[in-house]
Design a binder for this molecule. Structure first.
Ligand code: ZN
Length: 291
């Protein structure tokens, strides 16, 4: 008997950055120190690639340019295993704190290093902390000018570093000031009693029990809509270095990491997944000519 839950294809994505790229933590804000810290990105990204590939699923890896430059073989391995690479910016700066010129410079630098490393054309972008907010719609024009086809940065609910009121389903967005259309894959929410909450990534996935995650997927898929999973290598890391930060933030950053591997496997087992580009029904990616 076919499983009706499997008929909707959900988007599986990973934001490839290190533990010290968490935003607004003073101890890790000094970029000149980044190279001096022990990295966990390689180890956990390899685990992600192996797990997802073994499950026969393709995913989108939004790679930080700073990471692609230091670990080009990691980007190569993502592409060689049939996955999609996209941009998560170069420096992990929040978009609404930049202007169009500085964002464009950062974005193009990230695209260059990711394409050089992987040999696959970059087509999508996710802003650090979903930081395309009302007032920074100009970012969509910067993405289009850089040749990108889709954005996955809008978070259709209020949150600490982002939030943008929009259609919560995948759609063609017309918020760019130029009026040009761009494909949008917003972050997904579920109804939990009277409230609407995010559930499908980061701290939400670490903290919420498996049965709530399943209910979220079932809710969306029953409406014919995909859920969008976003996880970071550090979401799986029980050995993540502990940096000084306020208790509330510490809770949000670390709690539940030991459960994430099992939850990802459970979801891979029960639901269908593919890349963001495929869920948005874009054509197959181009391979860049060898240099
Ligand atoms: Zn990030």
């Amino acid at each position: 008997m076919s499983n009706p839950q499997k008929s909707v294809v959900n988007a599986l994505s990973f934001d490839i950055e290190d533990w010290f790229h968490m935003v607004e933590i003073e101890a890790v804000a000094n970029v000149s120190k980044w190279d001096t810290w022990e990295s966990l990105v390689e180890r956990y990204t390899q685990w992600i690639i192996e797990t997802v590939t073994e499950a026969g699923v393709h995913a989108t890896f939004f790679v930080l340019g700073w990471i692609a430059e230091r670990y080009p073989q990691l980007v190569r391995s993502i592409v060689e295993n049939g996955h999609e690479v996209a941009s998560h910016s170069y420096w992990h700066r929040k978009v609404y704190e930049l202007d169009a010129n500085s964002f464009s410079e950062d974005l193009r630098r990230s695209i260059d290093v990711i394409e050089d490393a992987g040999g696959q054309r970059v087509r999508g972008f996710r802003a650090p902390s979903f930081s395309i907010t009302p007032g920074s719609e100009w970012a969509m024009d910067v993405l289009l000018d850089a040749g990108l086809e889709y954005d996955a940065s809008l978070f259709p609910a209020a949150r600490a570093h982002g939030g943008y009121p929009c259609d919560p389903a995948p759609h063609v967005s017309a918020i760019a000031p130029s009026g040009r259309p761009i494909h949008e894959l917003p972050m997904t929410m579920m109804k939990l009693g009277p409230i609407t909450v995010p559930f499908s990534g980061g701290g939400y996935m670490r903290l919420l029990p498996g049965w709530i995650l399943r209910r979220g997927f079932q809710q969306l898929n029953a409406m014919g809509r995909p859920a969008v999973v976003y996880l970071h290598p550090r979401d799986f890391a029980t050995d993540c270095p502990r940096v000084p930060m306020p208790l509330k933030r510490r809770f949000k950053c670390y709690v539940g990491a030991g459960s994430t591997k099992g939850k990802l496997r459970m979801l891979l087992d029960r639901f269908s997944f593919d890349t963001c580009a495929t869920v948005l029904e874009l054509d197959a990616p181009d391979t860049l000519p060898a240099q």
